[in-house]
Design a protein around this ligand. Structure first.
Ligand SMILES: [Zn+2]
Length: 338
């Protein structure tokens, strides 16, 4: 169903949300489509429509979009299209995240990647001035915490350089459970020193220890983090410290970190007083929009419309925006009448 809520998307990956027709067009242009593959097979293979093994298995799906996101003009176009798509879906504030270090295979620097995404965002905003868009730079977990330490620290420093000039915050994304999350503390030690706003992926396919690690980093927002449900003491800590959880129900089910929509603990977390929000993670890879997520919330997960509006207020209050803009966003959500 199409909802008229003032929608907010806090957790959305750029490389997982490219228009399928754009990936197809650019793959054809670059001569990357294998013989005999048609549009339908191509787009079906590019998505995770049935539950896959786990989060790390699901991550292999990003190889396909990333292959063409190595050219400046493509990155600009893809970002612009995503801004337009969000605006057309009635999103009033969206935060798009990407890892600059994953777009340097053909010689772009992390800085050039960030500038391309900012340019795409601005082009999209020219067509849709009614939406606000934030950008989050992701550091990556790709194996041992030492293998890309330099690249990660470069991302943190660039976040500082572009903060308030197109970039809003920092994140850590990628493979889970290869090493303990706490091993990546060097990213957040520097982020705190530079006074950067940040979020951190944790507590998705890994247990609540990773939620604790993210909290210990000082993260006031946690990407996924639903494993907090299994640790009452961390639930208390989350309530006490006003920590916001960026929950992506469909992603959690397709990656098999939760069994079903009905078994997802997000409604229980909300009722406990925890600040949970609803997001899509990857619109193309999971073939899902916020409207689809709200359908599942209302039909399968026990939420009421008032719950959804309450979570949208939490989203607005946790947005990575300057205080004045954030206050306006909160006001806009609170003013919504069913
Ligand atoms: Zn994510």
């Amino acid at each position: 169903m199409k909802y008229t809520y003032p929608k907010i998307e806090l957790h959305l990956h750029l490389d997982g949300s490219i228009r399928p027709e754009t990936v197809w067009e650019l793959y054809q242009k670059e001569g990357l489509v294998a013989d005999g593959v048609d549009y339908e097979t191509f787009t079906r293979d590019a998505a995770v429509l049935e539950p896959c093994l786990d989060v790390n298995d699901c991550l292999t799906k990003f190889d396909l979009p990333l292959k063409i996101m190595q050219d400046r003009e493509y990155i600009v176009r893809i970002t612009k299209e995503l801004v337009c798509d969000l605006a057309e879906q009635g999103v009033v504030h969206g935060e798009i995240r990407f890892a600059p270090q994953l777009h340097t295979q053909k010689g772009l620097s992390q800085k050039e990647v960030i500038e391309a995404v900012i340019e795409g965002k601005e082009e999209g905003l020219k067509l849709h001035p009614e939406i606000s868009i934030g950008l989050i730079l992701c550091c990556m977990s790709i194996g041992l915490e030492t293998v890309n330490k330099e690249e990660n620290l470069e991302t943190v420093r660039l976040c500082k350089e572009y903060l308030g000039k197109g970039v809003n915050a920092l994140d850590l994304a990628g493979a889970e459970g290869i090493v303990p999350l706490r091993n990546f503390h060097y990213i957040f030690d520097l982020a705190r020193e530079l006074e950067l706003p940040f979020t951190c992926h944790g507590g998705d396919s890994q247990d609540h220890e990773t939620v604790k690690d993210a909290m210990d980093f000082g993260s006031l927002r946690i990407g996924h983090g639903h494993a907090v449900y299994e640790a009452p003491e961390l639930c208390e800590r989350a309530i006490k410290n006003d920590i916001t959880f960026e929950i992506c129900p469909t992603s959690n089910i397709r990656c098999q970190s939760r069994e079903s929509y009905a078994a997802h603990p997000v409604k229980k977390l909300l009722d406990m007083g925890i600040r949970v929000t609803i997001n899509t993670d990857n619109m193309t890879i999971f073939d899902v929009t916020l409207d689809d997520e709200y359908d599942r919330c209302l039909e399968d997960m026990g939420f009421t419309e008032d719950d959804i509006l309450k979570m949208l207020v939490y989203s607005a209050e946790a947005a990575f925006l300057p205080a004045e803009e954030k206050a306006k966003l909160v006001e806009k959500v609170k003013a919504y009448k069913k």
